[in-house]
Design a protein around this ligand. Structure first.
Ligand code: EPZ
Length: 420
């Protein structure tokens, strides 16, 4: 297992580009199943999770590959015989594989997808996904750890989510586009990635209104056509890069960003004392050497994103004052705390709240990544810590960040990847 080695203390300067959004690419790749023919996607980030989704699609019989010469382009060909199944060994490595469920039932009338099981940050059930598919007329059975869903023809219906769920909204939306009649989905997730998926589906011939709001209305159509689409920029990677500038007291332009997708994060960075300005199709973050503590409460979009909580906690660990961070989306998303303690951070967990007392400095040490955003948090802390920080188990990082250490090195960080 590789590790990332950082020598802290270098303020970051220069320009860096955010890659395509992981959490948009995953549902969009799955949506290719809804059309006969080959769909082509550009600006697809080169991530382990994307490779897993392509593998899931190939396992079913799709021709799903990254372009040989153009590294950001992927195509998914859905032509011949498709086996509508997603096996446990793939789904357990990436729970977002469950996003094939809706398209398979809608297009092929049946699906056999492994239950994803929990993950490091929480139980992450899919009951709302199944509730939505049932509302559209699917028969759902759970056998041997698999969801077996069948429906001769899905019918439009009303789906009211008990819990706001991003992939739940996406799964049901992808099922409803080929259902007979109208579907009204209420209490939907409003993330930009949900809106982006709806945009792609409408380009394929779907009739979706209201994506990005909590009520989505869909008029079912008989068939969808393959599509060409460029994936929108990754707001969480962009936010992580802005925090890298902030924690190092640097001045960095993060390009290829949709500023309004980062409003909640930018507002907190400004409140902490950063100067953030729109420039050249991106956002520039200029930070003083030490920031002020701010409180963070994660909520569904457009609130502060849970995927940025660990990164802000690293920043707050060296800010002036005390920050109260409440994690309201996942029940176990503080696993970066014991590792930040090893670097000298002063953090106390009380239930789903962490109280972070800013310290003057952190000191480098070997630490272990436990999940995707925790690994980013530890790298950010390492940029600030005095001395050397070794972050192990960076396979977690590679799931959701495209060569982050190379991007940070390009900004002046003393950081390298060491093959284990
Ligand atoms: C998506 O996960 C993202 N992943 C996550 O990003 C992100 O943290 C999360 O949304 C919240 O924004 C992708 O888009 C691929 P949820 P998802 O369903 O859809 C509960 C990252 O770091 N829930 O919105 O799985 C659930 O337990 C990853 O990039 C149910 O109870 O999250 C959680 O507490 C991590 N029943 C809450 O809802 C359900 O059927 C929100 O989960 C579904 C969810």
């Amino acid at each position: 297992m590789d590790k990332i080695v950082i020598k802290g203390g270098q303020p970051l300067h220069g320009e860096v580009q955010a890659s395509g959004a992981k959490n948009a690419a995953l549902p969009i790749l799955a949506s290719a199943l809804l059309a006969d023919g080959t769909s082509t996607y550009r600006n697809v980030p080169d991530l382990a999770d994307v490779a897993t989704m392509l593998k899931v699609l190939r396992t079913m019989g799709c021709d799903a590959e990254r372009h040989a010469e153009k590294p950001d382009v992927c195509h998914v060909g859905v032509n011949g015989h498709i086996t509508p199944e997603a096996p446990y060994d793939l789904v357990k490595t990436m729970r977002a594989s469950v996003l094939v469920l809706g398209p398979l039932v809608a297009r092929f009338g049946r699906a056999r997808v492994s239950m994803p099981g929990g993950c490091a940050i929480g139980a992450r059930p899919i009951d709302q996904h199944l509730k939505g598919l049932k509302a559209l007329g699917a028969d759902i059975h759970l056998t041997e750890g698999y969801v077996e869903a069948t429906a001769k023809q899905l019918k439009g219906g009303t789906v009211n989510f008990d819990v706001i769920t991003v992939t739940g909204t996406e799964n049901v939306m992808m099922a409803a586009v080929l259902a007979k009649g109208r579907t009204v989905m209420e209490n939907c997730a409003r993330e930009p990635e949900v809106e982006e998926l709806a945009k792609v589906l409408n380009k394929m011939g779907a009739r979706i209104e209201g994506a990005g709001t909590s009520i989505i209305t869909i008029e079912g159509v008989d068939r969808l056509m393959p599509v060409e689409h460029a994936i929108l920029p990754d707001r969480i990677e962009a936010g992580t890069l802005l925090v890298a500038a902030a924690i190092s007291g640097g001045n960095v332009l993060v390009k290829h960003v949709v500023p309004e997708h980062l409003d909640a994060v930018v507002e907190k960075l400004r409140e902490a004392g950063c100067t953030i300005s729109a420039e050249g199709g991106g956002l520039r973050c200029k930070a003083p050497d030490r920031l002020n503590a701010v409180n963070i409460t994660t909520t569904e979009h457009p609130g502060f994103p849970t995927d940025m909580q660990a990164q802000l906690m690293a920043l707050m660990s060296v800010s002036q004052g005390t920050s109260v961070i409440s994690e309201n989306i996942f029940e176990n998303r503080f696993m970066h705390v014991p590792e930040l303690h090893r670097l000298g951070a002063d953090i106390t967990i009380q239930g789903h709240t962490a109280v972070v007392k800013g310290v003057k400095s952190l000191s480098g040490a070997p630490v272990m990544a436990t999940d995707l955003r925790a690994s980013a948090s530890l790298i950010l802390a390492g940029l600030r810590a005095e001395g050397r920080t070794d972050v192990s188990r960076v396979y977690h990082l590679d799931r959701g960040y495209e060569r982050l250490e190379r991007k940070l090195r390009g900004l002046g960080a003393d950081i390298r990847r060491e093959k284990a």
